[in-house]
Design a protein around this ligand. Sequence first.
Ligand code: NOJ
Ligand code: CA
Length: 669
Amino acid sequence: MKALFCYTLFFVLIASTNFLAQEMVELSSPSGKIVLRAGIEDNKFVYGIIYNDTVRMEHCELGYVYADGDSCTKLDIHIFQERTVDEIWKPKWGQYSSIKNNFNEMSVVLNQVDSDRQIQIIFRAYDDAIAFRYKNLDSVDSITIMSEETQFGFKEDLETWWIWADYDTYEKLYNKTKLSECEHVAAPVTLKSKSGVYYCICEADIDNYSSMNLFKIDSLTFKSNLCPWSDGTKVKTKGGFESPWRVILITDNPGDLIESSTLYNLNDPPAIKELDWVKPVKYVGIWWEMHLGLSDWGMADGRHGATTENSIKYIDFAAENNFDAVLIEGWNTGWEDWGKQGAFDFVTPYSDFDIDSVVRYAKKRNIEIIGHHETGGDIISYERNLEKAFEYYKKHNIRYVKTGYAGGIIPSGESHHGQFMVNHYNKVMRTAMDYGIMLIVHEPVVPSGLARTYPNLLSFEGVRGMEWNAWSEGNPPSHTCIIPFTRGIAGPIDYTPGIFDIDLSNYIIKKKKWNSLDNGENAVHSTIANQIALMIILYSPVIMAADLVENYNNHPALNIVKMIPATWDDTKVLKSEIGEYIVIARRSGDKWFVAGITNEQERGVEINLNDFLNKNQEYDCSYITDHLLSHYEKFPEKYLMGNKVFTANESANTQMKEGGGFVMIFEPK
Ligand code: NOJ
Ligand code: CA
C-alpha cells in the first residue's frame, strides 16, 4: 500500500474567470479532468465544478442555519491546506479485489466575521467525483441544525432519474423527467446532460446525522433537505461535528457510475483488523412463500412457514446445490401482534420450530443460517432487546442476521431516514460487529459506503424489490435497468431475484391475500434469463435465489445459478443506457461472468470478447439466453441453454427479448 501525503499551507487568488469572479480557491482531480472552484461571492461561500474544461455547476451556496443563527455567511477564508492520497486497499467483498483511492484534498476554514463561529469545509477531487464535508470547529456542547444550505446548481436542464423524497421509504418506481420538472427527490439522484455527461448526487459516511434528500429551489438547482426529527429540527449534535460527504459523481458514460468506488473511498478503513469471519454468501430462504400468500410468518391460521421440517428441506436443498446459507423468516413469536409495541422479543421460537435441531442440522450440512429480526419499526423494544437478541444468535452459531423495519417508527413521529434512525442503524451495525454478526438491512436508510469501515454491513434493501411482484402490480422491466444507476450507486442491493416460476397464476387457488396492494393479478415482469442475470447485474455480497426450492429442483437453469459467486475480483460495465439496458462483465478468479438485461424493448447485443478475455486463450462458455419466443408477459419461462468455445478475438452475439437478458460464463479451457 502506498500512501502519499503532501501537506502545504497556501492561499490562492484566482483572478477574474467567467464565473465566480471574486476570491477563488481551486482544486483539481489527479488527472485534471475535474476542477472545483470555491470562494466568497456576495458574502456567501460558494462552489462550482468544471469538467472537461466546461463549467457544469456554479454559484452553489454552502452553509448552515443553526437554531441560534446562521453559519457560513459574512466569512473570511482563514486558512487552507492541501494533500494528495494515492493508495490501494483490499475490500473484504465487492466488485473488485483491490480498490484504488486517489484524490487531491483541500481544506478551507471559514471565520464568521461578526462572531467567533468557525467552520471547515474539506473538499476532495477524484477523477470521477467532487466530494465535500463540513467540519464544525466551535467548542460548544450542543448545536441544533435547522437547515443545511448546500446547493447543487447546474448550468443546463438535464435528464433526471428520480423518486419522490419520502422520509420513510425508497420503495418506489423511478421517474424520468427534465431536472426542471422534478421537485423533491431522494438521493441518490442521477442526471445526464445533452452532451452525454452523467452525474449522480449522493452522500457518503452518514453517521450521527440525518440523511439528505434534495429540494428544488429554482429550475436547475437542488438544495439539500435533511430528513427532520419529530420536532422539526434536522440534526442534534455538538461542536466538532462532521457532516456526511456530499458527493457529485461525474462521468462520461453511465457505466462509470456503477464502476466507481468513490463512496467507499470516502469512508475510513476497517474499525477492526480481524475480519476473517466476514464472508459473502449465496442463499435461499423461507421467504417467497409468505410473500406469495402460500404460508405465513405467524402461526395463527395454521399456515406457518418457518417450521423445523420446512427449514430442514431448505437446508438440504442449499447443501446439495452449492448455496451457502438459508434465510428463515417468521421463526420467532410476535407476528400476530405486528405493529404493537413490544410484539417481538427476538428470542422465543414458535412451538413448531426447534431452533436447536435446525442449527445442529445446518452445521452438519455446512450451511449458515440467516436469522431474522423484524422490528416492525418498534425501535424502543428492539434496542431494549438488542444485546440479548445478538447473544441468542451467537449462542446458536447464527452469524448472519436480516433486520427489518416494516412499519411506522416507535417512538412515533420519527422517520426511517432521520437522525434518530441513522443512529439506530449504526448502533445495530456496531453491536453486530462486536458479536461477529453480518447484517442485511431492510427498510434502511440509504447505504453510504460505511461497509468499508464495517464490512459486516453486507447488504441493504431500500429499493422496490422482488417482493412487490408477489403482491402488487409489480416492477416493470425498466425498473431493474434504472436502479443500478440510482439506488445502486449507494451500495449493495438485496433485491432477491432468481424467480423461475414467473407466471404466478399457479398459486391463485392456494394463496391467501394478505396485502392490500394485491389485485390478484401478480407476475414477475421478466424472463427467466433476466432473473438469473440480475444476480450478476445488481451487486450484493449476499445473493438470494428467492424462489421456492421446489421450483429449482431439477431445473436445468439452476446449473447457471450454482456457478455465480457473491464477490468479484473485477468489474467492467461493457455497455449501458439508463433505463434501457446494461451489459456487465465480472471476473472471479480466471472466469468471466457476463450478464445483460433489457427493458420492455427487444435488442441485439454484440460483446467484444477482447474487452476482457485473455488473448490466445480458448474459453468454454456456458450460457443461458432468451428463447425466440421469450417475452416478459408471453412465455417468460422460455430460455435457451448451451455451451460454446470462444477465443478473445471473437465476439459473442445474442438477442435479449422484451424484459429479457442473458448470462454467459467464460472459463479457460
Ligand atoms: C419487508 C421486507 O422487505 C421483506 O423482505 C420481509 O420478508 C418482510 N418485511 C417481513 O419482515
Ligand atoms: Ca421492504
